[in-house]
Design a protein around this ligand. Structure first.
Ligand code: CA
Length: 92
């Protein structure tokens, strides 16, 4: 079984059964793009002189987020008001 260095290649599992191999040019980044949709068409080249038979499908890919960003305070700075003489309160 030969693995091509091209972005898309086929591996034949058994006669008539194939796996599409997609190679990434760079690592996926959930923060830049979280999903992909690929249209895949299979065409039968052995139909002789007649119009080749084909089928199409769509492969959706969801990128799973990994925590690779540092913590951030959103919408900072914050403000609040506290009345003077407020009893001591502990927040956890
Ligand atoms: Ca992330």
């Amino acid at each position: 079984m030969h693995l091509s260095s091209r972005p898309l290649s086929l591996q034949e599992l058994s006669p008539g059964s194939y796996v599409v191999v997609v190679r990434l040019r760079r690592p996926l980044d959930f923060e830049r793009r979280s999903s992909y949709a690929m249209r895949i068409r299979a065409t039968d080249l052995s139909s002789g002189g007649e119009a080749p038979l084909s089928a199409e499908t769509t492969q959706f890919v969801q990128v799973v987020d990994v925590q690779d960003q540092g913590p951030a305070f959103l919408n900072a700075p914050y403000s609040t008001t506290v009345q003077e003489n407020t009893p001591e309160v502990h927040y956890h």
